[in-house]
Design a protein around this ligand. Structure first.
Ligand code: ADP
Length: 348
């Protein structure tokens, strides 16, 4: 029994009155195990005495049942607060009304093709699901550089109905983007609290209607905006986009760690710009090989697919018709459809 397994087990302990666990709330300060004796340090900000007592009981009950543990010592440091600190800053993830699944496309950094994956995945999912009369949504939360309106060919301002925004639609997919709300040429300078507030409102005030699935294009990286998003919406899972060079693995894993911290399941890793097919039909691995597989292995998840470097993909993005819709039978089109099917299978 080691610290990691104890930490894993503690994810089953909920903060009293919340559906969220004490690990994702960041309450665990340290865990030590020596000769079957576990010492767990916890920090709680609350004025309600029953909360530390309940957390202590729950930790003791959970950890004492683990194999190899003979003794459990829980040390809780309590600071006074009107509200549980973590709970007040980390809102409960909300479901989006009428929407069955929400998945996020994430990356550890910008420029790896995250938005390209989001639009192509949404396009492929829509093509697959329209046969059953089901609809897909695409939500662009890349507040630093919203590129979905261009890549999905949607322009204009969303309608306002009461307090709600009505998404625009193209290729049969409902689309909402920060890009519809901010001026094309205005620099986007966001600070932490502003980001959280804007994202919260953006999520709560869009009237999506009945949808099978929404694909969210997350902002790149692992900062405030990403965290506040994954904390605000109940996500069924996330897909991590990376590039083939082994050096990209660590960056992708940083992105994955943020998702794991908030208990968002990783549906798989997708590799972009995996190879280039020259006019003679030869494959060249311009950016190296193995990054996607390595990332998937380190995260104990699957490599969902590999998309080549192909100017038709960029062209599709510039034209507003993703290759998964415009050329579904191309190599990349087929691979995006394969990935969409794999995602749907996992969500079942
Ligand atoms: P990110 O969202 O990670 O910043 P984008 O999806 O915006 O990255 O991609 C950056 C640029 O690279 C876009 O112009 C896009 O069309 C292009 N691009 C992405 N993936 C590919 C690919 N596999 N082949 C060709 N161009 C690509």
């Amino acid at each position: 029994m080691n610290k990691e397994s104890i930490q894993e087990a503690l994810k089953a302990v909920k903060y009293p009155g919340f559906s969220r666990d004490i690990v994702s709330f960041g309450l665990i300060r340290s865990i030590e195990v020596v000769d079957g004796k576990a010492a767990i340090n916890v920090a709680v900000a609350t004025s309600d005495h029953s909360i530390p007592a309940k957390i202590r009981d729950d930790i003791e009950n959970t950890v004492s049942t683990l194999e190899g543990i003979k003794e459990v010592a829980v040390n809780i440091s309590v600071t006074a607060s009107k509200q549980p600190a973590a709970a007040s800053t980390e809102p409960k993830a909300a479901r989006i009304d009428g929407v069955k699944h929400v998945i996020a496309v994430a990356s550890g950094k910008g420029g790896v093709g995250k938005s390209t994956f989001a639009v192509n995945l949404a396009g492929a999912l829509s093509k697959i699901l329209e046969k059953d009369g089901k609809k897909v949504g695409l939500m662009d939360c890349d507040i630093y550089g919203p590129s979905i309106p261009l890549m999905f060919g949607v322009k204009g301002r969303p309608f306002v109905e009461g307090d709600s925004l009505i998404p625009l639609e193209n290729h049969g997919v409902k689309v909402m983007s920060m890009g519809f709300l901010i001026d094309d040429n205005a620099p986007v300078v966001w600070r932490g609290p502003m980001i959280m507030k804007t994202i919260q409102q953006f999520i709560q005030n869009v009237k999506w209607g009945e949808l099978e699935i929404i694909v969210i294009d997350l902002p790149p990286g692992t900062g405030d905006a990403q965290l506040s998003l994954v904390q605000n919406v109940e996500l069924s899972g996330a897909l991590l986009v990376t590039t083939p060079q082994p050096a990209a693995t660590q960056v992708a894993i940083r992105g994955a760690k943020m998702l794991e911290k908030t208990n968002v399941p990783i549906l798989g890793v997708a590799e972009n710009m995996s190879y280039f097919v020259d006019p003679q039909g030869n494959r060249t691995h311009i950016f190296g090989e193995g990054g996607g597989q390595q990332t998937a292995l380190e995260l104990s998840t699957q490599l969902l697919g590999q998309i080549p470097l192909d100017q038709e993909i960029r062209h599709g993005g510039d034209l507003g018709t993703p290759i998964s819709i415009g050329q579904p039978d191309s190599i990349a089109g087929k691979e995006f459809h394969k990935m969409a099917n794999a995602v749907l299978e996992q969500l079942q």
